[in-house]
Design a protein around this ligand. Sequence first.
Ligand SMILES: *Cc1c(COP(=O)(O)O)cnc(C)c1O
Length: 396
Amino acid sequence: MTVTLSMAGEGNRPVTFIDLTAQFRSMSAEVMAAVEAVFTEQKFVLGEEVQAFEDEMARYCDASFAIGCNSGTDALIIALQALGIGEGDEVITTPFSFFATASSIVRAGATPVFVDIDPVTWNLDVDKIEAAVTPRTKAIIPVHLFGQCVEMEPIWRIAAQYGLSVVEDAAQAIGAEYRGRRAGVLGTVGCFSFFPTKNLGGAGDGGLMTTDDPEVAKRLKRLRVHGDVGGYEHIEVGMNSRLDALQAAVLRIKLRRLDEWSEARQRNAANYLTMFREQGVLDYLAPPTIAPERRHVFNQYCVRVKHGCRDAMLQGLRDRKIGCAVYYPKSLHQQTCFKSLGYSAGDFPESERACAEILALPSYPELPAADQVRVVEGIAEVCRELRGSQSIRRAA
Ligand SMILES: *Cc1c(COP(=O)(O)O)cnc(C)c1O
């Protein structure tokens, strides 16, 4: 596709970062009929609708089992608990992720141990994992950040060598692939989120766990209902974390169109790259890298803004009413609530640098072509200003 800049010319109409109403408009009759059917049945928690969605998700990920729960956060907590991880255990993960990746480890009673990221993919630097393994290490949580899978092969090797579980944080990576296998079947348990802004978004909170291990599946199922094995017999203390039938009904309809939406996200990414080249802005922007053997599903389209200009670019785009966002402004090892872990500034330089340089641009599947053109025009304008001011500064 060639995008010409003359398509824009709509003055200062705001470009929204994400517009969920466009997707709903395209399927509102179907969704509302499914919601109405749940109300007619009055079976709101688990039940047939949830079972059907779980079966479809298992098929989608090529997993033996899929178990719905309340949120992606709960999926991570339940997964860790099901694998017997708790007090005194260490879990290795990335400091460059959404808060829940690390908080779930603390909620499970264990200690997060951070390992810095690879500056190219922003995912865990797999070459640094082994040095972080101690006798207390029980698991690794690779996060498939922004929709791109972590390089799993070295993680499998380390996990096998030291007897560790692998819990995938696949909250942003439904449908993403590594060597032709989908996120969710690349570890012991895969954890998904259906928060409305994820690639498969529900009408509220929702989550799901996948596994190929029948024993683990049994325990995941038990832990989402208070550790109940049936007949009010509780053999361990679990949670109340079930998926609502309303969510399942909505998600079943949306799942049918997920691949079409993922392809639209990939097209947006390809168009950005073409337009960045056309507009000559690559002196200021580093576009995202798609690593080999991956299917990237672009839950976020993030660029790195060079020369210390991220905040200026963010402000410049906001001044032009162009929506953009920062994921994430603060590395997890610097969060106040994790002070007791004893980390300090400079411990994970690549994660800290990403926090200072990264910028997410609009890339939802229904993003109008004219909006995307406006985003790149806005970037080109800010770049021209920056070039001017920076050369003035250099000359002074
Ligand atoms: C969204 C997200 C979660 C948490 O999912 P919720 O459903 O919001 O609880 C966990 N990890 C990552 C990387 C996420 O993006």
